[in-house]
Design a protein around this ligand. Structure first.
Ligand SMILES: [Zn+2]
Length: 518
């Protein structure tokens, strides 16, 4: 060890001490003032909650049933009817005064243990830790009552899920895969140890988000460990090119690895979902029969390819909002002509409006400020030099190309009857938890009807995550997860930006009372 390394280590050691202490106490972290504490209300056990004068949206058919009474007992919807309630002692009646009722929203692609930050510096440490708790609250506040976590730091994930179950933290139901099932060096193509010298130590408290197997034997053993403890699917990363500026090629699974993964998934009744941006990954997904293609692809797909996808029952969660965010105009003095389409110009304007708005409800502002400052690195270093200068930023050209092709592919998939889900990829830089409304609005700008978008964010997502028998519609026998909106989202999709009440497991969360104290 040379002198420089030693000095660096010593300096970092002090930060590590504070970090370790903070992380160790994480499951019981209550001292953060900006995490709202709130106790939901509802009818006591065995008693009925009646929601009256409800305009219930049938998300499957895109219809509204007016003046309905929804009866909820012990967390389950017992009836939806036009009868008046016959309330008995101890029951609770809430007059919705003709507000609109959607099934609880589902974010089918997000990373709940990731803070949405471009850097993991000691400076932002406490805010990042706060943010990991806030992620849960932010999702619930926006009406998202179930999420599918697409790759997590497992120890933090389970500590926080435990807290939500005990009622210590407001949060959605979580369907998860634990770590990414990725080959060493595969996407997310970044060794946490590269981001920060702290990372190795952090991972020992948080659990590693990358499986990073080296050979088939290790893959089998790690898959067994990773799926233990309630994982319901396997997350794959299928491309062989990096999304990062200046990185280039990354390792990809061999056919033998994929055979092993799909055999394991089938035997253990696990779904498979794959991060795919390229034709290389897409072709393999078709060949192996992946259950869902995550994100969108940077080439136009042929009608035959889309037909095959439909025949094989492969769903997709396009996450257009994160692609819009990564397509950063900040990287260019002038945007290349090929990207100046009406759709892209419109999305650049929407993106600009969003990142410059007050996002206090969606992120710790220090994190957002650091993210905005990071955007200047594109011009400062030039994309090709970022990686070697230890600046890990998404390649805008890559994402602008997806903006050119992704929406066209998506409309063709819709025509072919492919199940299209709705997810944010929240947790990656500049994409924050509780922003499913952004994805929903982008889908309408691409050409989906409001009814299709609402179905996508509820019923389709429930299918994709394997829970359609329990959630995804407001129907008798389903879990009582609902979102109450003041305006009709079939007419105005922006109505989903601000629910008035969120109901999860039959408990009522008054959104106005869950505020972030910044
Ligand atoms: Zn993701």
């Amino acid at each position: 060890m040379n002198k420089n390394t030693f000095n660096l280590t010593r300096r970092e050691l002090l930060r590590n001490a504070a970090l370790s202490a903070a992380l160790l106490s994480l499951p019981n972290l209550t001292g953060f003032t900006s995490i709202p504490q709130y106790q939901p209300t509802g009818a006591p056990a065995g008693k009925t909650l009646y929601l009256t004068n409800a305009e219930v949206i049938d998300v499957v058919r895109g219809l509204i049933f007016s003046n309905q009474t929804i009866a909820v007992r012990d967390g389950i919807i017992r009836s939806v009817s036009s009868w008046s309630p016959e309330a008995r002692e101890g029951d609770m009646v809430l007059d919705l005064k003709n507000q609109y009722v959607l099934p609880g929203l589902i974010d089918a692609h997000c990373h709940i243990t990731m803070p949405g930050a471009s850097e993991l510096s000691a400076r932002l440490l406490l805010d990042v830790l706060t943010q990991l708790k806030r992620n849960f609250v932010q999702q619930m506040r926006q009406g998202v009552t179930t999420i599918r976590d697409m790759g997590a730091m497992p120890k933090i994930l389970h500590a926080n899920i435990g807290q939500t179950k005990k009622g210590e933290l407001i949060g959605p139901r979580v369907v998860y895969c634990n770590s990414f099932t990725n080959i060493q060096g595969g996407h997310p193509d970044l060794d946490p140890g590269e981001i920060s010298i702290l990372a190795g130590l952090v991972m020992s408290f948080t659990g590693h988000s990358n499986m990073w197997f080296k050979d088939t034997e290790e893959l089998k053993e790690k898959m067994r460990q990773n799926s233990a403890g309630g994982a319901s699917f396997v997350k794959l990363t299928m491309d062989k090119i990096s999304v990062l500026c200046g990185k280039g090629k990354i390792p990809a699974y061999s056919d033998e690895h994929l055979k092993t993964i799909f055999n394991f998934a089938q035997k253990n009744n696990l779904a498979t979902a794959g991060h795919i941006h390229t034709k290389f990954g897409f072709d393999r997904a078709l060949r192996f029969g992946l259950d869902s293609i995550e994100h969108s692809i940077n080439e136009l797909l042929s009608p035959e390819e889309i037909e095959t996808m439909a025949k094989k029952n492969i769903a997709t969660v396009p996450t257009v909002s994160v692609i819009q965010m990564m397509a950063a105009p900040e990287a260019y003095d002038e945007l290349p002509k090929k990207y100046r389409t009406d759709f892209i110009e419109q999305e650049i304007a929407e993106r600009r409006k969003y990142i410059n708005s007050n996002l206090a409800e969606f992120t710790e502002l220090s994190i957002h400020k650091a993210n905005l400052a990071h955007l200047a690195n594109y011009k400062k270093y030039g994309c090709e030099n970022l990686y070697k200068n230890k600046k890990y930023m998404a390649n805008p050209e890559f994402y602008f190309n997806i903006m050119l092709t992704g929406p066209k592919n998506l409309l063709a998939m819709k025509e072919a009857g492919i199940v299209i889900g709705c997810g944010t990829d929240a947790g990656v830089p500049l994409t924050y938890h509780g922003t499913l409304w952004r994805e929903m609005e982008i889908l309408t700008r691409i050409g989906f009807s409001n009814a299709e978008v609402l179905r996508s964010a509820t019923f389709n997502n429930a299918k994709i995550i394997g829970m359609v028998d329990k959630i995804g519609t407001v129907d008798t026998g389903k879990i009582a997860d609902m979102v109450i909106l003041k305006e009709n989202p079939l007419k105005k999709i922006e109505a989903c930006r601000r629910p008035s009440v969120v109901i999860k497991d039959g408990k009522l969360y008054d959104v106005g009372k869950i505020a972030f104290g910044t």
